[in-house]
Design a protein around this ligand. Structure first.
Ligand SMILES: [Zn+2]
Length: 242
């Protein structure tokens, strides 16, 4: 069974604090408040950084130069499509703080990073530089750090998951097993943010996990997407307009 891609998107558990941090950073995160079909609410807000700002990205555990450069190169794949600047630094002080020692791949979603204790990482990049999809995984995690959700959780995705099988697979796998609740959050629960309104579901998105045919009903699978898709570019341009 394929388990090519191991990523946990982490959101701050307290919605009120997450909402406050998001709105404080970028008031547009509340979404259109009048005349639209959206209301300001705790449910469907976004977690985008203030447009035009510079993000300080810290390497907390100073990986070897070549490893570090590969991370920087993968992160910078987003830059042509956003109105943000990246400033990479060594040390523990950054808006985004990377650890490469944790053995997992995960990121806080956008401004949720602001709520993490300043001594702790907001992004884990356990993937090794010799992994064939190192660049893809790092780019994907930076997509989350910019505020992008998992595309397989787009409200129009309608993936025919074989849910009992998915729970079993993730509970029993050797590396980083996760429980049913974590599976729900990371695979099944649809999102309702600006993304869902701006763009349609896109199976080619780099934010879409590969989906094994073994974990779906009928004949449905999605191969790993290695490129930033056309829709990914469109979305980022809408979220961070120049
Ligand atoms: Zn992910």
């Amino acid at each position: 069974m394929s388990d090519l891609f191991d990523c946990m998107l982490i959101q701050w558990p307290d919605e009120q604090s997450a909402f406050n941090a998001a709105i404080n950073e970028n008031p547009a995160n509340a979404g259109p408040s009048q005349g639209g079909r959206r209301k300001r609410s705790l449910v469907n807000y976004s977690k985008l950084w203030a447009n035009g700002r510079s993000l300080k990205i810290a390497f907390m555990d100073t990986p070897p130069a070549e490893h570090k450069q590969k991370i920087i190169d993968a992160a910078c794949r987003w830059l042509p499509y956003i109105n943000l600047k990246f400033e990479f630094v060594d040390g523990i002080q950054g808006d985004i703080r990377i650890s490469t020692n944790t053995g997992e791949n995960s990121s806080m979603l956008g401004t949720d990073a602001l709520l993490i204790h300043p001594d702790w990482p907001t992004m884990s990049l356990g993937v090794k530089p010799d992994h064939e999809d190192f660049e893809v995984i790092v780019t994907h995690e930076f997509g989350h750090a910019l505020g992008a959700m998992h595309e397989h959780q787009h409200p129009k995705a309608n993936i025919p998951w074989d849910k009992p099988k998915v729970y079993e697979f993730y509970r029993n796998r050797e590396m980083n097993p996760i429980n049913s609740e974590q599976v729900d959050w990371n695979l099944f629960t649809p999102f309702d943010t600006l993304e869902a309104i701006y763009t349609d579901y896109d199976r080619k998105s780099i934010m879409h996990h590969p989906v094994s045919n073994d974990l779906t009903l009928g004949n449905w699978e999605n191969k790993i997407n290695r490129e930033i898709s056309k829709k990914d570019k469109t979305l980022m341009r809408l979220l961070y307009p120049k």
